[in-house]
Ligand binder design. Structure first.
Ligand code: UD1
Length: 430
């Protein structure tokens, strides 16, 4: 099993290019099958989740052609089945975006129930509520969700919770429904907007994405397009906080600074300097980090996907910080691992009370999920001595070339597969 061997203590310094947003790429790749014409998508991150989705799409006859590492051509004209049972797809949450896409195009879909990161129960009642409102019969049996409609009819849908997945899934189906759909209490995340822009470039008529109310006038056909996916807000935020915890100076390039506002604000609060330009953000951490409080919220609030990373920084900040997780119920599973590196954190329900310590010390720890895994890497980079991070397949779900990008910033990190390789790494970096 692959692991990361890390020797901490080096400030990260330099520039890093941010890739395409995983959480935008997944719905966009799925939605690309909604036309029979060929769609070209650029800036697709080469990570496990996008690759698993593309493989599942190929299993039903979608033609996927990779022009280069980040550019794919997708043609959905040869789809021969609307049932997706591919084993890989069970592991990724976004498998259910194929339901919205197939339902919109063919009015039927059957897909294995989604997996994804173990960060708490992840109901899909709002997706189902939305599809049903459009006239779909939805059944769950034998681990499959099946959705079938005689025809899809536009509807007025009020989401009971702000859900990225449900907003996206209903938007896709409604794009090809008859008449108008209004989604109220919609998610406003940049990837929701990116999907709407993508669908509009295929001929859909979607207005209001990025606000609480999305209005969709259904069209009967979508057409080819060429589209570039937005930069990854969370990858960028992770490198920004990595600069903070290692007392570094990192410029994250190819970003949309507006998408990073809540992250930037917290970095400034804890004592970092942040310089913004058109498509880059520089984080300089020259002073001791200060405590703060943070509560995760839907966009434009502080993202839940950055919660473990900010906690790692607050663990090294002077004073007591409180982190409140309001989106997922089980997102503090990394705390025990971080405690083994010397952090002083007490979890009570959805709150973590963090008493800052002067330093972390290297340890062997397990990545419990994607973002927490990245956060533990950050902690190891800041720590004194060696660490080994296990279960890095979680990290590879959403970070492309994570270790290579960190190396380019001066980090001592290597992907290893055996005790021998760990020893070799230790000898090399001293
Ligand atoms: C997406 C992101 C994930 C991010 C999350 C919140 C992808 C592939 N994943 O996940 O990285 O952490 O947004 O920004 O884009 N809920 C319901 N019923 C539903 C759907 C959701 O109660 O039908 C609840 C969830 O349990 C959670 C909250 O709504 O408490 C938000 O979840 P949601 O926005 O749907 O997250 P995902 O789309 O799964």
């Amino acid at each position: 099993m692959e692991q990361y061997a890390i020797k901490g203590g080096n400030p990260l310094v330099g520039e890093v290019e941010i890739g395409g947003a995983k959480n935008a790429a997944l719905p966009i790749l799925a939605a690309a099958i909604m036309t029979d014409e060929t769609v070209l998508i650029e800036n697709v991150p080469d990570v496990r989740d996008t690759n698993a989705l593309l493989q599942a799409m190929e299993s039903i006859g979608v033609i996927v052609e990779r022009l280069d590492r980040h550019t794919v051509k997708i043609n959905g004209s040869q789809i021969h089945a609307h049932v997706i049972e591919d084993d890989l797809i069970k592991k990724i949450r976004a498998s259910y975006y194929l339901i919205g896409a197939l339902l919109g195009k063919y009015k039927e879909a059957e897909v294995v129930l989604p997996g994804g990161c173990n960060i708490g129960s992840r109901p899909i009642d709002q997706h189902i509520k939305g599809w049903k409102a459009l006239g779909t019969k939805v059944d769950i049996a034998h681990g499959l969700i099946s959705a079938k409609a005689e025809s899809l009819k536009g509807s007025h849908i009020y989401m009971d919770v702000v859900s990225v997945g449900a907003t996206i899934n209903v938007m896709m189906a409604a794009a090809m429904a008859e008449g108008q759909t209004i989604i109220e209490n919609a998610a406003k995340e940049p990837h929701v907007v990116d999907l709407a822009n993508f669908l509009n470039s295929m001929g859909a008529n979607i207005k209001g994405a990025g606000t609480d109310v999305i209005r969709i006038k259904g069209v009967s056909k979508l057409h080819k397009t060429e589209y570039t996916i937005i930069p990854d807000q969370i990858e960028a935020g992770t490198f920004m906080f990595a600069a903070a915890v290692t007392k570094g100076d990192v410029t994250v390039k190819n970003v949309i600074p507006k998408h990073l506002e809540s992250i930037t604000a917290k970095l400034i609060e804890i004592g970092c300097e942040v310089e913004e330009s058109d498509d880059a953000v520089r984080v300089v951490a020259s002073k001791p980090l200060m405590h703060t409080h943070v509560k995760t919220l839907p966009y434009p609030g502080f993202p839940t996907d950055m919660q473990p990373q900010i906690a790692v920084a607050l663990g090294l900040s002077q004073g007591t910080s409180i982190v409140t997780e309001s989106i997922f119920e089980n997102r503090f599973r990394y705390v025990d691992e971080l405690t083994r590196m010397g952090a002083n954190i007490k979890v009570e329900g959805n709150t973590a009370i963090i008493n800052g310590v002067n330093k972390y010390t290297g340890a062997s720890v397990n990545a419990p999920d994607l973002r927490a895994g990245a956060a533990l890497v950050m902690a190891a980079l800041a720590a004194e001595g060696f660490s080994v991070i296990e279960e890095i397949h979680y990290i590879q779900r959403g970070y492309e070339d994570f270790e290579l990008k960190l190396q380019s910033l001066g980090a001592h990190i290597e992907k290893v597969e055996s005790e021998r390789e760990i020893q070799k790494f230790k000898l090399k970096v001293g």
